[in-house]
Design a protein around this ligand. Structure first.
Ligand code: ATP
Length: 301
């Protein structure tokens, strides 16, 4: 059963008609954790804002729980939860007041749906009288998630929930999402962090308003067409320069302490000899495990 269906959705901005979302189609199954993965400006927020009825599309159509995003905006607004990219809560209200406010707006109470937020809320409850503006990034994020959940949405839209959040809070946040999935809530999450892609059931890789690929993270990685090499030497900058000028090179880029490279041939011995011939020391060439980031880079070219 599909919770979200997007067909040829398009959005342009301004007189110049900058295309932010370009003929995008995908669907999300009920109870799925679906990720929109792409860099800043890829069009993720525009898609989420159209699906939550805050922005009108210029073309195409979409539905959430069978409701059309233009015609049935009222039903969608009462049934979805949305956590925008920028912190959107009332800075002058306390944690408890913010939560109470959101519950009241949706005609419910904190008590009625407390079971949904309990796991998350207990972590910020000791500070419930602190104003939202005075919270740390991780705490703000937890409060925003509680506020987006308090009316028991069927579908949750989380726009870059972990941007600017420390690594420990990021990990905790994804664990919270896993637990929410068990409550049968459909979750759409956007992120620029490629390492978070593997935590989703399925992902759409997006760039320049276009979807490059949609599949499970594992299938996307498995579809990588080339043999990927991890290459190391004592001097990274010189290594990258040498790789660029290697005759059989197809692609090369820095990847942590290694360079990742693909070749037109399979002769890694010849590559090592070439690099040593260029005066590089500490040369190591081995097969690399393909990551979503490698797949993304490949799809971009
Ligand atoms: N209100 C607007 N007016 C003009 N251009 C806009 C507007 N909102 C977004 N854009 C442009 O549309 C493109 C897509 O932006 P969008 O915010 O949807 O991307 P994103 O993937 O969510 O990235 P970000 O993390 O930067 O928000 C970008 O080029 C952006 O500059």
């Amino acid at each position: 059963m599909e919770a979200v269906v997007v067909k040829n959705l398009t959005k342009t901005y301004g007189k110049e008609k900058t295309v932010a979302v370009d003929d995008v189609s995908f669907s999300v199954n009920k109870g799925e954790l679906f990720g929109l993965i792409g860099p800043d400006g890829a069009g993720k927020s525009s898609i989420f804002r159209m699906l939550t009825t805050l922005l009108l599309p210029d073309g195409g159509s979409a539905s959430v729980d069978g409701h059309d995003i233009v015609r049935d905006f009222r039903q969608i607004r009462s049934s979805v939860g949305y956590m925008p990219g920028k912190f959107s809560l009332y800075q002058d209200l306390t944690i408890e007041e913010n939560l109470h406010f959101f519950a009241t707006v949706f005609g419910t109470t904190i008590e009625e749906n407390y079971h949904l937020i309990q796991d998350i809320y207990v972590q910020i409850e000791p500070f419930k009288n602190r104003r939202a503006g005075k919270l740390s990034g991780g705490m703000k994020q937890k409060l925003a998630l509680c506020c987006a959940l308090i009316h028991k949405p069927t579908t949750l839209f989380l726009d870059e929930p972990t941007t600017g959040v420390d690594p420990v809070s990021r990990k905790e946040f994804w664990e919270m999402l896993k637990r929410l999935k068990e409550q049968h809530i459909t979750i759409l999450v956007s992120t620029p962090y490629m390492d978070e892609a593997s935590l989703c059931d399925r992902i759409a890789l997006i760039q320049g308003g276009k979807i490059l690929s949609i599949d499970t993270p594992q299938n996307i990685v498995n579809a990588y067409p080339d043999r990927l090499l991890a290459v190391r030497a004592h001097e990274m900058y010189r290594l990258l320069k040498a790789l660029e000028s290697y005759p059989a090179i197809l692609s090369s880029y820095a990847f942590g302490e290694y360079a990742h490279a693909t070749l037109a041939d399979t002769d890694t011995e010849a590559l090592q000899a070439y690099l040593r011939g260029q005066g590089l020391t500490g040369v190591e060439v081995k097969d690399a495990d393909v990551t979503i980031e490698d797949s993304f880079i490949k799809l971009l070219h």
